[in-house]
Design a protein around this ligand. Sequence first.
Ligand SMILES: *Cc1c(COP(=O)(O)O)cnc(C)c1O
Length: 359
Amino acid sequence: MTIYNFSAGPAVLPKAVLEKAQSELLDYKGSGMSVMELSHRSSWFEAIIQDAEQLLRELMAIPDHYQVLFLQGGASLQFTMVPMNLAQGKKALYVNTGSWSKKAISGAKALGVEVEVIASSEDKQFTYIPELPETIDQEAAYVHITTNNTIEGTAFAKIPDCGAVPIVADMSSNILANDYKVEDFGLIYAGAQKNIGPAGLTVVIVREDLLGQTEIAAPMLDYKLQADNHSLYNTPPTFAIYIAKLVFEWVKEQGGVAGITEQDRVKAGRLYQAIEESGLFQSPVEKDSRSLTNVPFITGDAELDKQFNAEALAAGFENLKGHRSVGGMRASLYNAFPIEGVDALIAFMKKFEQDNGGK
Ligand SMILES: *Cc1c(COP(=O)(O)O)cnc(C)c1O
C-alpha cells in the first residue's frame, strides 16, 4: 500500500533527499564518517553550514544586510527570543490569527512586555485573515504576524504595510512556499520540520540593524551573539542542518521558490476545487484567506468526520485528522508532498461521498 503522509509537522521530506542522505550516511564524501559524527568545527561541517546558508540566501533572495541563523528550541523559543531581543522598553504589536499567534502573544506577555493585539480573527474562529488598522503606532518595537496558520488553514496573501515598524513573522509552515519578499520583514523565523527538514532546527532571518539593541543576559538567547558566531557558538543541530541543505538543493532543482510555489498552487488548487464541487465536504476557511500548505475540511458532521478519518487511515492516508482543537480533517501539502497523493485523496473523497449517500 502506498502511504501518503499529510502530517502538519514533522512532515514529509523529498524522497530524493532521503535517498541522498542514505547514500552518504556511513561515509560522507570520503571522510569515512557520518555527518552525525563530524565535528561541528571540522572543514566538512563548515562547508555544509555555509552551503546551507548560501542556498537559502539564493532561494529567498535574502539581502546582505540580513543575517541567517540556524538555532534550536523550535519556533516556540522564538516566542520568547523575539520580545526579549526586540521589545525591551517598547510596546509590541501582535496580530492574532490562531493558536500559534496566541502562543506568541503569551510569550511576550510572560516577559512583562506591553502587548497590544491590533487585529484578530478570533470572532469567527480564526477562519479568515483580518485587516490591520490603517495607522500603526510608529513607536512600537514590531508587528508580529503568523504568515500561515498551520492549524486553522489561513495565510496572509499579502504582507501588510506597517511603515517603519518592522514586521516579525512566524513563517514556520509556509517558508519557501510563497513569494513573500524578505525586505518586507524585520525578522522571519521558522521551525524546520514543516518545509525545510527535520525537527531540531529553527531558521531565523534577521535584519542587521535589529541586532544588539539590548544586553541579553542569556548568551544562547542573544541573536547578536549567535550571529557573531555564525550559529556556531555551541554545537548546532548538525544533521538537521545537513538535511536542510539537501532540501534547499532540491528546492533549487524544482525551479526555486517560484517553481515550487507553482506546484503548491496546483496541488492546493485541485484539493480546494474538489471540496468546492463536493456536496459533502466543505472548507471552513474564507476563500481569500486560504492556505496553500494546510487545507482543513469538514463534512459538518463530527461522526462522519470520524468515519472518514478512520477509513482514510486504513487506506494509507496518514495524519489527515484535523488538529485536536478544531477537529475535522486537514491535509498538509508542504513542498515535498507529491501531487499523486493529492489526486489519490480526491479520488478517495469522491468514493467516500458516493458510499455515504452523496451525489
Ligand atoms: C509548528 C508551528 C510552531 C511550533 O513549532 P515548534 O518548532 O514545535 O516550536 C509555531 N508556529 C507555527 C506557525 C507552526 O506551524
